[in-house]
Ligand binder design. Structure first.
Ligand code: NAD
Length: 553
């Protein structure tokens, strides 16, 4: 039975034993599509997160996808082009059920303005990373990544802990909404600025944000008290970051860590320029795009100058994957890239070993299934400090949204071992239903994004998009259930290519084979990508785990 969804009553949370489709594989993908809308930011517009990241092109396309998933056989493959179902072809039972290509625009044309024009004509839609691929699991999807960044900074700068430290950030949307909880889990006092009161309220309602301050003075007083008491605290503040950051700097306050997760990548549908109300911005989105782009960029210039100012005064400042430095540079801030990107600064050694944001969703809708898999994780990886620490924290802090899900940063071999063990639990009836395995597109072999994932690669291969394309082809050959290739829309147009994958553990021996091939090959390619770029950690992993990388003489 679907469960009621207090945040979006028209989008119930899927679950229960009854199938509408002809098999669990198809039913699983249908539930994942329903799930991304149930936890999305604006499901009435099919928007899941990141300003414009959509689950389907339009409602007619959505209905077509749902109908096809319900009616299709296991030996067919549904083809989706930018959120629209195009055809259902006969393949075979080991082929993917769904393949997608979302928002891929030929190089010279891949610009924000051209994307907006195609979107207006109804020819394309942006899938974000996980939205269009039905892999989004709410703010939890990014929370461990954010937590691990904070902890790497703690190790680098603050003696391994963030108690008594002040983090300043902005953006409480689908992904940015993970920041207050990740900051609190890391032990810090974190201030999160968002221009939209509804976003702050939404995060408070689901338990990701503790307090909303009435104004800046009150917010700073709350943070100050928490820092003095070395007490973890998350505070939201409604305001424009391009006003608030410079004002905090003007007062001579230097936070320990500064970042930002507003939708700065999209100057029209994402970022809100200072001096403009939300209504005014919304009314300009269709007809005043040029004006909005100029105003957003001018605000981002002030926003990033304040971040650089904090950096000069000693704050640890980083870009959290929203292209804010890139927008600022285009606005004339020539030194915006003095701010490092989080991947290169803190996480690359993990990606070299293909350790990244793996996740799974309990298709039964039952939280007890996730609890059982948590236990399994602890049994299987007792010496993996990242995993054991994370499971303990996640159990304590993370409320479930939508289908119960868990994220855990696992690497090559580990993902396969866990997923196959879960498949065995499904087969034995020890879980209430099948489990879907997936990952963020921001993963070792799966993304080329020269200003986020692959910035300053050791061999200079930052912008080579062959890797995610190879990943997708390999995953189709490796029996994954859903395989997708995404490129950017809005401000990300021309900036990225990524690949996503989902595999369903339905307890069958066929699922065991699919999980084994797809997950093993996916992480192997991740290690190979970094080994090929010359990273020692990856070359070490090749040797240790027998990764089939071909070293040339
Ligand atoms: P979202 O659109 O759901 O939320 C963005 C939020 O920013 C909104 O709540 C909006 O009100 C707020 N905002 C916009 N302009 C503002 C301003 N000037 N001042 C204060 N608040 C403002 O987007 P999201 O899903 O939270 O993603 C945020 C950004 O992070 C995007 O650029 C996204 O692509 C990027 N992202 C990075 C990662 C990563 O791995 N680091 C992962 C996912 C998303």
């Amino acid at each position: 039975m679907p469960k009621p969804n207090p945040r979006h009553p028209n989008f119930p949370i899927p679950g229960g034993p009854a199938l509408r489709a002809k098999g669990w594989r198809q039913e699983a993908l249908l539930r994942l599509l329903e799930n991304v809308l149930s936890v999305g930011e604006d499901p009435d517009s099919l928007v899941v997160y990141a300003a414009l990241g959509k689950a389907a092109r339009n409602w007619a396309a959505h209905r077509g996808i749902v109908k096809t998933l319900i009616e299709m056989d296991e030996d067919q493959t549904l083809i989706i082009q930018s959120g629209k179902p195009i055809g259902l072809v006969k393949t075979h039972a080991k082929a993917p059920l769904v393949i997608m290509a979302n928002c891929n625009i030929v190089g010279q044309w891949a610009k924000a303005e051209y994307f907006y024009e195609l979107q207006r004509k109804g020819l394309i839609c942006w899938g974000g990373l996980t939205a269009g691929a039905w892999q989004y699991i709410g703010s939890q999807g990014v929370i461990q990544g954010t937590y691990e960044i904070f902890m790497r900074i703690a190790e680098k700068r603050f003696g391994g802990e963030l108690a008594g430290r002040f983090i300043l950030t902005a953006g409480l949307g689908g992904m940015g909404g993970a920041q207050p909880l990740a900051g609190r889990m890391a032990g810090a006092a974190i201030l999160c600025v968002d221009i939209d009161p509804a976003r702050a309220e939404a995060r408070k309602k689901i338990g990701y944000l503790e307090e909303i301050a009435p104004d800046l003075d009150a917010a700073l007083a709350m943070i100050d008290a928490a820092v003095r008491d070395r007490r973890p605290l998350s505070v939201g503040l409604v305001g424009n970051a391009a006003d608030i950051y410079p004002e905090i700097a003007r007062r001579g306050i230097v936070p320990d860590i500064v970042t930002d997760q507003t939708s700065a990548h999209d100057l029209v549908y994402g970022y809100v320029p200072k001096g403009m109300g939300l209504q005014e911005v919304r009314s300009l989105r269709e007809d005043g795009q040029g004006q909005l782009m100029a105003a957003s960029r001018a605000s981002i210039v002030d926003h990033v100058r304040a971040m650089l100012d904090f950096q000069k005064k000693g704050s640890e400042v980083f870009d959290n994957g929203n292209l804010i430095r890139t927008q600022a540079r285009e606005g004339g801030v020539t030194n915006s890239f003095d701010i490092p990107i989080f991947t290169e600064a803190y996480l690359r050694p993990l990606f070299c070993r293909a350790i990244g944001p793996f996740r799974w969703m309990a298709l039964s809708g039952e939280e007890s299934d996730i609890a059982r898999i948590d236990d399994l994780l602890l049994e299987m990886f007792p010496d993996n400090r990242i995993v054991t620490n994370w499971v303990r924290l996640a159990r304590q802090y993370i409320p479930f949204e939508g289908l119960p899900a868990r994220i855990a940063w696992l690497g090559h071999g580990e993902r396969t071992a866990l997923a196959r063990a879960v498949n065995t639990l499904v087969a034995r009836g020890e879980l209430k239903g099948p489990v879907a395995f997936s990952r963020d597109h921001l993963d070792a072999g799966a993304m080329a994004h020269p200003n986020i994932m692959t910035e300053r690669m050791k061999d200079g291969s930052d912008a080579i998009a062959d890797w995610p394309l190879l990943d997708a082809m390999m995953l189709c050959s490796s029996m994954a259930d859903l395989v997708v290739v995404h490129s950017g829309g809005g401000g990300y147009a021309g900036y990225m290519t990524s690949c996503g994958v989902t595999i369903v553990a339905d307890g069958t021996s066929e699922a065991d084979e699919r999980l084994d091939h797809a997950l093993t090959n996916d992480t192997a390619l991740g290690v190979m990508r970094y080994a090929d770029a010359g990273y020692e950690e990856a070359l070490d992993e090749v040797g240790k785990k027998d990764v089939p990388y071909i070293r040339l003489e």
